[in-house]
Design a protein around this ligand. Structure first.
Ligand code: ACO
Length: 424
């Protein structure tokens, strides 16, 4: 068996290696603390394997992303989003019968309980749709038995995927003061979402094919990304045996941050800010490089991809296609292209391997599709949903699963005596 040796002061410890199917290798440190008294220190978990997983493989150096072994480039152009959702959750591509059964079950659950509509009345019109989405997903557990019984799990997975588009579209309608549009189940999943977003009551929305195709690709590209912040959160929360709805709701909150899913909204806001400020992108590049300035170029850089983000490559092409087909002439896209040019050639970005990430282009496409900026992160959540579910399901099915509980290096005060308040 291959091992690693760790020397702590004058003693050496032999630790087993864990090797994955793509030869990724980790040092198994589980017994290190008991044997030596020391822990491993890795703030931000940048070099820590928190689990083993058979769902998604990423090689950040080579720009590889595969779901269950299938390259993202093939899935993005040849599969439907629900096919990919099935693949991630069930571990295999659906047959035609599987797919018909899956979509049929989803269609039976797209509506939310009528009483849940009242929740929307309580949110102010300015409420961020991500906050609404997380609250509504959490609230699903008040309507549906959310236990770990396999039958409940499978039904709740279907409910969650089916109702997510309805909740997302309702939160948008609420924000613009329009009546809710109910799902029409002869539509596909993506068509149904666009219908609920853009139809006026009693009319059927004519979904432009190019918009539907782009949405399908965007959702697939966001569907999973192994142990990212929100997925790790879903696993963390789920490890306490919290329910599916509670765990996914936590993941939605983790995704909302601007350093994670919130970046796509921030990209558009940044491009708009540059445009409003006269369009001088070089000024903002200089700000991003200035260590005294907190400004960062949103949509650049990635914790894992240090070569290029394969999803960004696909979306760059899709952005051109969608904008051309819809005849959109967006000045923000011009600024985006100029920034991209800089990032590819400027030493600061080249040395730090800061390439445009998936959020850089997705915002531009969503904007062309007519999706409002504050819904961008919700779109990301809709895409990531099957990934979160797949990870949650994988975790709860692991007979050796343990509650997640990292350690720390304490840097606070050492023991001291309490002085009564009157004497302080
Ligand atoms: N603009 C300018 N400089 C940057 C940027 C950026 N967008 N990103 C990183 N850097 C610099 C850092 O200042 C640091 O420089 P230094 O070595 O001189 O100190 C170096 O590049 C490394 O940056 P880290 O913050 O250590 O990289 P980390 O892997 O921790 O962060 C992250 C990755 C959060 C994505 C970061 O690049 C960032 O903030 N990007 C902008 C936000 C964004 O686009 N997020 C979306 C990520 S993709 C997703 O969630 C789907």
């Amino acid at each position: 068996m291959s091992t690693a040796k760790v020397r702590v002061n004058d003693r050496e410890y032999e630790l087993p290696l864990v090797v994955g199917s793509e030869k990724e290798t980790g040092v198994d440190v589980r017994k290190l603390r008991a044997a030596s008294g020391v822990i491993t220190y890795d703030p931000g978990y940048g070099n820590t394997g928190s689990c083993s997983s058979g769902i998604t493989f990423i090689d950040g150096e080579k720009g590889i992303l595969r779901y269950r072994g299938y390259p993202i480039e093939q899935l993005a152009v040849s599969a439907r989003f629900l096919e990919v959702a099935y693949l991630l959750i069930e571990g295999r591509l659906p047959t035609q019968d599987d797919f018909a059964g899956f979509t049929g079950r989803l269609n039976g659950h797209t509506m939310i309980h009528e009483d849940m509509k009242k929740f929307f009345e309580g949110y102010p019109p300015t409420a961020h749709p991500m906050a609404i989405l997380s609250m509504m997903v959490s609230a699903l557990s008040t309507y549906y038995r959310d236990t770990r019984a396999p039958a409940d799990i499978n039904l709740n997975i279907v409910r969650l995927i089916a109702k997510a588009i309805t909740i997302a579209a309702f939160s948008y309608k609420k924000s613009i003061g329009q009546p809710f549009v109910y799902p029409l189940n002869h539509f596909t999943y993506t068509e149904n979402f666009l219908h609920m977003m853009f139809a006026v009551p009693a009319e059927e929305y004519q979904v432009p094919a190019v918009v539907d195709e782009a949405l399908n690709m965007l959702l697939i590209l966001h569907a999973d990304h192994e142990q990212n912040c929100s997925t790790a959160t879903v696993r963390m929360v789920g490890s306490s045996e919290a329910s599916l709805f509670a765990s996914i709701s936590a993941g939605i909150n983790a995704l909302s941050g601007p350093l994670h899913g919130g970046a796509n909204q921030k990209v558009i806001e940044m491009l708009q800010r540059i445009l409003d400020d006269g369009g001088d992108h070089q000024k903002y590049v200089a700000k991003a490089k200035d260590k005294e300035d907190a400004f960062r170029l949103m949509g650049f850089g990635h914790r894992v991809y240090k070569n290029y983000d394969p999803r960004a490559r696909l979306l760059k092409q899709a952005a051109d296609d969608v904008l051309d087909s819809l005849g959109v002439n967006d000045p923000l896209l011009d600024i985006a292209r100029q920034l991209e040019e800089v990032a590819l050639h400027d030493d600061y970005f080249v040395e730090r391997k800061l390439y445009p990430n998936v959020d850089f282009y997705s915002g531009i496409i969503y904007r062309a599709m007519g999706i409002p900026t504050n819904m961008f992160t919700v779109m990301f959540a809709l895409g990531r949903l099957p990934g979160w579910i797949a990870h949650w399901k994988e975790m709860v099915s692991d007979p050796h699963g343990r509650i997640h509980r990292p350690r720390q290096i304490y840097t606070g005060e050492t023991e001291r005596g309490l002085v009564p308040m009157a004497e302080r």
